[in-house]
Design a protein around this ligand. Structure first.
Ligand code: GMT
Length: 376
């Protein structure tokens, strides 16, 4: 239990498969374990939220698709639910993950409440809310306004904080609070997982992501096709979305026998524990939770040196950074690590230690608690 008084915290996030939702659900879980009362407010239950968690509540937002509207609206019903939960449960803070439209809805919710019942607003920027929408003139002024009205703004990497200052012309303080990951116990053994994947002596190269264009799955596959010796590995893709759009690319490259895909996996720990190496080819990434998830299992990554990734991996110590967009360089770096198990183990050990020292719940969650106390 928390030594200082417990807080009542509303959390709004995208509940579907995605790093910001994973982080928000894990944060809610950790805060609840530390004695705080957590209220998730969203259109769906965060997918990693345990059904039996004490002090964690889920308030669904109902979206009505009125015939008059060409596009269903989420922001208004979200703001109404935020105001309702704030009033009924006496929230101290609403913490929104991903600015659009959550921060705007929270500002509206605040203005619906009498001043003394208004919760404080903490907005956490996760990535494309700055890097993509922050460049869009149809969104930029609204995002900037939402940040100006927040009681605190956080970013998941120093790089993202800098990008936010640059793209949104936002010059108030931004707290950099990196992501964390606490692994659950795998359900199956490594041998069982390898059997399920049809692995014999090959190394398991893992990629996990939501497959969005910034993840450059085309480059991932191109690089996989160039790894030599060809038969030394299998690329296992844990896809947070439908892999069908990439099937033809796999065929064209002739690597059907090298690629195994599992869609919408819940027990990622089963695969993480079995991975020898993780591979990420993103063109932009504010943090890359997948790298951290692998690190927690002593699995080093080969990843493109973009965005906040160099804050997660120290090149040559806890993983390997490669130039973005270069399939040959990615293939060479991956092959070199696959051929050198002692180096792989060394990097893996350093990766696990770094994950524990810098990106564990015990380090990160108190930073959020301190922030809540500051704004309250
Ligand atoms: O910003 C996004 O594209 C969505 C977001 C998500 O919900 O998955 O991903 C971002 O947040 C993650 C959690 O903080 C980070 O690990 C990802 O690096 C980041 N994605 C990008 O920056 C592209």
């Amino acid at each position: 239990m928390a030594s200082t008084p417990a807080l009542k915290i509303g959390i709004t996030c995208y509940p579907s498969v995605g790093g910001s939702g994973v982080l928000a659900a894990a944060l809610g879980d950790e805060l609840a374990q530390r004695g705080h009362e957590i209220h998730f407010i969203s259109y769906g239950r965060p997918f990693r939220l345990r059904p039996d968690s004490p002090r964690q509540h889920f308030h669904p937002v109902v979206i009505n698709d009125y015939g008059l509207f060409r596009y269903p609206d989420y922001t208004l019903p979200l703001s109404v639910k935020m105001a309702e939960v704030s009033r009924d449960c006496g929230l101290d803070v609403i913490h929104v993950h991903y600015a659009v439209p959550h921060a705007t809805a929270a500002i509206l919710a605040q203005s619906m409440l009498p001043a003394r019942r208004r919760p404080r607003l903490v907005t956490t920027l996760h990535g494309t809310d700055t890097t993509l929408l922050g460049r869009d003139t149809g969104y930029q002024p609204a995002i900037r306004h939402a940040l100006m009205c927040s009681d605190a703004v956080t970013a998941v990497s120093g790089w993202l904080a800098e990008e936010t200052r640059r793209l949104l012309d936002y010059h108030r303080p931004i707290d950099v609070i990196h992501n964390f990951f606490e692994a659950r116990k795998p359900r199956r053994t490594v041998a069982e997982v390898r059997r399920e994947l049809g692995l014999k002596g090959e190394a398991l190269v893992l990629h996990l992501s939501n497959l969005r264009p910034v993840k450059r799955i085309d480059l991932l596959l191109d690089a996989a096709a160039r790894i030599r010796p060809r038969g030394c590995f299998k690329l296992v893709i844990l896809a947070g979305d439908d892999f069908t759009p990439f099937v033809n690319h796999v065929r064209r490259l002739g690597i059907e026998d090298r690629v195994v895909v599992r869609e919408k996996v819940n027990d990622i720990e089963d695969y993480l524990q079995a991975a020898d190496l993780a591979l990420f080819t993103s063109e932009s990434e504010s943090f890359c939770l997948g790298i951290l998830e692998a690190m927690c299992f002593g699995c080093p990554s080969v990843a493109t040196a973009v965005g906040g990734i160099p804050e997660v991996i120290e090149n040559g110590r806890s993983g390997v950074l490669v130039p973005p967009g270069d399939a040959d360089a990615i293939a060479r770096a991956t092959a070199a690590l696959l051929m050198d198990p002692p180096r792989r183990n060394r990097l893996g050990r350093a990766a696990r230690k770094r994950a524990h020292d810098l990106f564990s719940a015990d380090v990160i969650v108190p930073a959020y608690e301190a922030l809540y106390r500051r704004v309250c």
